[in-house]
Design a protein around this ligand. Structure first.
Ligand code: LCS
Length: 397
């Protein structure tokens, strides 16, 4: 298929970059399950190593199934180039180590995914890359924290798990003004619901483990950006740190992408119904979902997100104990971390995904002890509501 920019998202998600004619008519791309590639002669091997000839060398440096995925995600995010990793954390660490130097400083959104928070601590302790995490709901706050060494603005929007949003256009402009690279973790949205590069952001990354894979069966990461930035990351942190994606995982993600649009339409439709149900429930203190009019940044959500997506955070009256009572009694919703799967997943950030963040910092970020995160899956929504309803009935008075 010609990668025509005029084609719709779902068409590109199914076809971009692949022609069955080049693969014996195989409708689906082959999995090149090989560690190395055979050269015709020494001169060819030399030329490939020297970068003078296109072609594969060794699968840590690139392989055809993974390359197809890299090109497809770049097309879907509207980027020049893409690169794949063995996990979302592989993507996060590769971006930071690939684009920054010892002595540089990052300004990030508060309440980041707990693993990213732990990585920033590691980068600070061992490699002298400092960071400041702030509430970016007012982007002007960023300027107060800029240092001469600030070289990266790093944002999740919505932020995991408080769902606070960041104005993409504004942070992209601030990053340009101060000469820093802007990075957005787009895991919660996927390129179907939000494309940060269209707002001037430099780098977008994903835990592809989530909506892109969509079926809870693969751990993976993806990064897109300019050719130059992606080449830098490939030649530094992918080649030398080695968090590569396996060809079979790339194939699973290519399959996942084919249904991304329909899955997210349904995730969103069901999440909206569940958020409304929770909001009227007398035992629910607060529901945080960008699709509700009560959401503090409702207008921004409508501006930069195609739809509010499948994640809801909520707090029960009765705080921590009430949360535990509910999570211990769900039957269809699965008590598990991760998100973006066809299965509905429910978890308690303070005990699980965000346990690595010290309590005082967590509270400032809005990750309260009783917060529950729900990743709405593709089961029948009435069954999900009935399940949550029966679990809530276990809250002790
Ligand atoms: N970025 C975000 C926003 C994430 O939610 C996660 C994982 C990562 C990066 C790291 O990706 P991974 O290496 O796991 O593919 N988030 C998880 C979560 O919220 N529950 O379990 C994992």
């Amino acid at each position: 298929m010609e990668d025509n920019v005029k084609l719709g998202f779902a068409t590109k998600a199914i076809h971009a970059g692949y022609s069955s004619k080049e693969h014996y008519g195989s409708l689906n791309p082959p999995i090149y399950q090989t560690s190395t590639f055979v050269f015709n002669n020494v001169e060819e091997g030399r030329a490939r190593f020297a970068g003078e000839q296109e072609g594969y060398i060794y699968s840590r440096l690139g392989s055809p199934t993974v390359k197809l995925l890299e090109e497809r995600i770049a097309t879907l995010e509207g980027a020049e180039a893409g690169i794949a990793f063995g996990s979302g954390m592989g993507a996060v660490s590769a971006v930071v180590f690939g684009l920054l130097q010892s002595g540089d400083h990052i300004i990030g959104t508060d309440a980041l995914y707990g693993g990213t928070y732990s990585f920033l601590e590691l980068a600070k302790e061992k490699f002298n890359i400092d960071y400041t995490l702030i509430d970016m709901t007012n982007p002007d706050e960023i300027k107060k924290h800029v240092r001469p060494t600030t070289k990266m603005i790093y944002a999740e929007t919505p932020v995991n798990p408080t769902m606070k949003l960041v104005d993409l256009e504004k942070i992209a402009a601030i990053a340009k003004e101060i000469g820093a690279v802007s990075v957005v973790d787009n895991t919660f949205m996927s390129p179907y619901l939000q494309r940060p590069l269209e707002y001037g952001i430099d780098i977008v990354l994903h835990s592809a483990t989530k909506y892109i894979g969509g079926h809870g069966d693969v751990i993976a990461g993806l990064v897109v950006g300019s050719k130059e930035n992606i080449a830098t990351i490939r030649h530094t942190s992918l080649k030398s740190v080695g968090s590569v994606m396996a060809p079979f995982d790339a194939w699973l993600l290519l399959r996942g992408l084919k249904t991304l649009a329909v899955r997210l339409d349904r995730h969103t439709e069901s999440a909206m119904k569940i958020a409304k149900y929770l909001e009227q429930h007398p035992k629910v203190e607060k529901v945080i979902y960008p699709g509700l009019e009560s959401f503090p940044q409702y207008e921004l959500a409508k501006r930069q997100m195609k739809a509010p997506g499948g994640l809801i955070s909520f707090e029960l009256k009765g705080g921590l104990q009430a949360g535990i009572d509910v999570l211990d009694h769900v039957q269809i919703c699965q008590l598990a971390v991760s998100l973006g799967d066809v299965d509905t997943l429910i978890q308690h950030p303070v005990s699980m995904t965000h346990a690595s963040i010290p309590r005082e910092e967590r509270l400032v970020m809005g990750i309260t002890d009783g917060l529950v995160r729900l990743s709405v899956g593709l089961e029948d929504v009435d069954d999900l509501i009935a399940d949550i309803d029966q679990a809530i009935s276990y809250i002790k008075e």
